[in-house]
Design a protein around this ligand. Structure first.
Ligand SMILES: [Zn+2]
Length: 248
């Protein structure tokens, strides 16, 4: 398809402090596209993104890619913060959790895919630095949500997806909140190697549950529980292996 791009400059940007090496995907979580577009261009909101993708596939170009847009907020990935300085941000029009998790229309996903492929051709962004907002701020963000078709994007060369996706026939007898020990520590290390901010405490604490939930939202969307069932544990190990080498 040919991308339909409309210029819609936002004043909400400044200078980067780091070269671009990340791509962050969001949903807008608002009633509709026009309200999201207005908010992203409102100087009073102090938020923006480089692009907004409407449900019909129209792409609004808000902030030039070389500039720092304001979409990530307090966030962290693979040892880095100030992710606005190093990322391109795409906002995808979708009501999200507050509006019952509506599906993303095909034409919209096709536009996101083509837009992202263009971004990856212009900037050196490793696959393990293509993230959901919920990956980089798991304690406060859920977007773009478990309805977002990450697998389809991965099939188009955008983001990691493990070959073996765990085994859903395996009874969930893995790790649970409250568990302690070396297996929990191993799980925490695997999540850290994917890029999540998590402390290795040997305890399946609330922070671990939050990060497991973020992982599931991205790679096991059918089961966003925060539980370390065996299929989830297998999948975490599979993605950690793909995301190697471990963080610096
Ligand atoms: Zn977001």
């Amino acid at each position: 398809m040919t991308l339909r791009v409309v210029d819609a400059p936002s004043p909400n940007s400044n200078e980067r402090r780091h070269p671009v090496d990340m791509l962050v995907l969001h949903y807008t979580g608002m009633a509709d596209g026009p309200s999201a577009l207005a908010r992203l261009r409102d100087p009073g909101s102090e938020v923006s993104a480089h692009y907004l993708v409407e449900e019909d596939g129209t792409v609004f170009a808000l902030v030039p890619e070389r500039k720092r847009a304001w979409h990530a907020g307090r966030s962290w990935w693979r040892g880095d913060d100030d992710l606005n300085s190093r990322s391109i941000g795409i906002e995808i029009v979708n009501g999200g959790h507050d509006y019952g998790l509506p599906p993303f229309p095909d034409v919209q996903i096709e536009a996101v895919t083509e837009l992202a492929q263009g971004i990856l051709s212009r900037w050196a962004i490793p696959q393990n630095r293509i993230v959901a907002h919920s990956d980089i701020a798991p304690d406060r963000k859920e977007d773009p949500g478990e309805r977002f078709p990450w697998k389809r994007l991965a099939d188009a060369g955008i983001g990691l997806w493990p070959e073996s996706s765990g085994d859903d026939r395996v009874a969930p007898v893995g790790l649970r909140p409250g568990d302690r020990g070396e297996q929990v520590a191993a799980l925490q290390r695997a999540l850290a190697n994917i890029g999540y901010r998590i402390e290795v405490t040997d305890r399946f604490d609330v922070a671990t549950e939050t990060v497991v939930r973020a992982f599931q939202r991205r790679w096991r969307p059918a089961s966003v529980t925060g539980q370390g069932d065996l299929a989830t544990v297998l999948l975490i190990n599979a993605v950690a292996k793909l995301a190697a080498p471990p963080i610096r």
